[in-house]
Write a protein that binds this ligand. Structure first.
Ligand SMILES: [Zn+2]
Length: 201
């Protein structure tokens, strides 16, 4: 394992631990506004570090492509929480944070079907950029849902919710998944033909 991967894995673990502390146990945690923004920021930072960690493995992309994909992963990791507002049908933070029902983007089944469809599409069209974006989405939603599952469990529609995931299991998963996804990316990659186009994305 490269030194940079080890450093990033430790950083990822520390961000999850310190981030959770700041969001839920600091003196500002009483504030809904603070919790909402800090929680979203922690999701984004974990998504970013996970994407960088993914790209430390030899996945064969240009620096530019890695940068754009990591940015996409960071934004999506945080944007998943937008479904609180969609489910509440309101832009008020108070409505969004007092929901009993979780939004569609917090449904693990939704993301698994979404991933499957994208992978089928990628294997048919053989487009590298969609293949990479699929993995970025996988990193974004898996880190987000696993982190949330530490408090609320995973929502596996139509079977309901699992029990909350143990803190240590959540931290181990967050740290090892980027590497597993990188291996999967390399070994399951179809043979692509449009190299010129993909190098731009
Ligand atoms: Zn969430």
């Amino acid at each position: 394992m490269k030194l940079i991967s080890i450093i990033l894995t430790i950083l990822l673990c520390l961000c999850a631990i310190i981030g959770d502390y700041i969001v839920f146990k600091s003196k500002y945690s009483e504030s809904q506004v603070f919790r909402a923004f800090s929680d979203s920021s922690v999701h984004a930072i974990i998504g970013l570090i996970s994407a960088i960690l993914f790209f430390t493995y030899d996945v064969g992309l240009t620096i530019q492509a890695r940068f754009y994909n990591a940015a996409f992963c960071t934004i999506l990791s945080s944007l998943i929480d937008i479904d609180h507002f969609i489910a509440a049908r309101s832009f008020k933070l108070k409505d969004a944070t007092n929901l009993k029902q979780r939004g569609i983007f917090h449904c693990t089944t939704f993301w698994l079907i979404f991933t499957l469809l994208l992978l089928i599409y990628t294997h048919i069209t053989k487009r590298t950029n969609i293949y990479t974006l699929t993995y970025m989405a996988v990193i974004a939603y898996s880190t987000h849902l696993i982190r949330d599952a530490n408090r609320r469990g995973l929502w596996l529609y139509p079977f309901g919710h699992t029990y909350p995931i143990n803190k240590y299991i959540y931290l181990i998963l967050i740290c090892v998944l980027p590497k597993l996804f990188a291996y999967s990316y390399v070994y399951c990659k179809p043979t692509f033909k449009n190299v010129m186009y993909d190098s731009l994305v």
